[in-house]
Design a protein around this ligand. Structure first.
Ligand code: UD1
Length: 419
């Protein structure tokens, strides 16, 4: 298994080009299953989760090829309806296969998902919504088996929680349902708007994406599309935090600053100098930063996917702060690892109390999930001495060319192969 070795305590300086959004690319790739026509998706990051999705599409019967940052899907005739454990276990977002396949084939069998080890992560909101749309569902042998012999029928669906994945899954199904579907308490994340853009390019009728109420009028058929995926706001936030934690100066290119508003506001409050111009953000450390409390929430709140990285920064700022996680259960697996660098933290229910320390010293640490991994990289970049990070396959799921990008910014970081 590969490891990342960092010799830290160097301010990072320079420019970094942010990749396309993983979380947008995944549902958009699945959207290509809604048509037999070819499609082209641009600005797609080269990541393990995208590879998994490309394999998935090919397995189902849609020839799909990634060349650089473009993904091409080809003319297709027949799809299979079974999503096996071997593919689904690698990535929770595999459940997004349900929407397109139930819409097109009126049946789908999906193995129950795996993915990051953060909390229970059930799929009840997805399944309740499909039931409302007219699907019959049973769970057998670890598979969710869903049929809709008469086709799906549009209806009102009121989510108990604004789940990102469930909103996307319902959109992917309802575009081909009979009649109108209203998603009430829909997720408002930018990735939802990006998916709606794609569906509308395909000939769907989706209105209200980005608000709490999405209205979808079903159509008979959808066509191929060409689309460029939005920038990855979580990767961007991670590099902003890198400039803060290493006391550096980093300019981010190919970003959408409004998507990062919550993170930018908190960083500015902490004292980081941040300027925005078009699709660039320039961050510069000019003075000691102040600890700032955060509490994660659905968009436009502070993203749960930046909570671990924020925590790493707070651990190094003089004074006390509190980080509360409201979206996922058990998303504090990075806390024990940060303590290995010297962090002074105590978990109290869904919050972590932090008392900042003067410095971190490098340590051997292990990644538990994708964003926890990003927090450990940031901690390693700030720490004096050598940090060895193992189980980095989690990072490869979500950060394109991580070492290369950090190296370009002046970091002493390398990947080593080990048995
Ligand atoms: C997506 C993102 C992930 C991000 C998360 C929240 C992708 C591929 N992943 O994940 O990076 O952290 O949004 O912004 O886009 N829940 C249920 N029942 C369900 C569905 C969800 O209880 O049927 C709960 C989950 O356990 C979790 C919360 O709702 O506690 C948020 O989940 P959700 O918004 O669905 O996240 P994902 O779509 O899995």
């Amino acid at each position: 298994m590969d490891k990342i070795i960092i010799k830290g305590a160097k301010p990072l300086r320079g420019t970094v080009k942010i990749s396309g959004s993983k979380n947008s690319g995944l549902p958009i790739l699945f959207a290509a299953l809604l048509t037999d026509e070819p499609s082209i998706i641009e600005n797609v990051p080269r990541l393990a989760d995208i590879n998994t999705t490309v394999s998935f599409m090919n397995f189902i019967g849609k020839k799909t090829v990634q060349k650089g940052s473009k993904v091409f899907t080809y003319q297709s005739k027949h799809y299979g309806h079974v999503a096996p454990y071997d593919l689904v276990r690698k990535m929770r977002a595999s459940v997004l296969i349900m929407g397109p396949l139930i819409a097109r084939l009126k049946r789908v069998d999906v193995s129950l998902p795996g993915g990051c080890a953060i909390g229970a992560r059930p799929v009840d909101i997805h399944l309740d919504a499909f039931k409302k749309l007219g699907a019959q569902i049973s769970v057998e042998g670890g598979y969710v088996k869903m049929t809709a012999p008469g086709g799906l029928k549009g209806t009102d669906i009121n989510f108990r929680f604004a789940s990102v994945g469930a909103t996307e899954n319902v959109m992917l199904a309802a575009v081909l349902a009979k009649g109108t579907t209203k998603i009430i308490n829909a997720a408002k994340e930018p990735e939802i708007e990006d998916l709606a853009d794609v569906l509308n390019k395909m000939g769907a009728d989706v209105k209200g994406a980005g608000t709490k109420l999405i209205v979808i009028k079903g159509v008979e058929k959808l066509k191929g599309f060409k689309h460029s995926v939005i920038p990855d706001r979580i990767e961007a936030a991670t590099y902003l935090l890198a400039s803060a934690i290493t006391k550096g100066e980093i300019t981010l290119q190919n970003v959408c600053p409004p998507h990062l508003r919550a993170v930018i506001d908190k960083l500015k409050k902490s004292g980081l100098s941040i300027g925005e111009r078009g699709n660039e953000i320039a961050a510069k450390w000019t003075k000691e930063l102040k600890p700032i409390n955060i509490s994660t929430a659905v968009y436009p709140g502070f993203p749960t996917d930046v909570q671990a990285q924020w925590t790493a920064l707070m651990c190094l700022l003089k004074g006390k702060s509190k980080v509360c996680e409201n979206v996922f259960e058990n998303r504090f697996l990075h806390i024990a690892e940060l303590q290995r660098f010297g962090a002074n933290t105590a978990i109290d229910g869904k919050c972590v109390n932090i008392d900042g320390v003067k410095e971190f010293s490098g340590a051997p640490v292990m990644v538990s999930d994708l964003r926890a991994g990003a927090a450990l990289v940031l901690a390693g970049l700030a720490a004096k001495g050598k940090t060895v990070i193992s189980r980095i396959y989690h990072l490869d799921r979500g950060y394109e060319m991580l070492e290369k990008k950090f190296k370009k910014l002046g970091a002493d970081i390398r990947r080593v192969k080990s048995a």
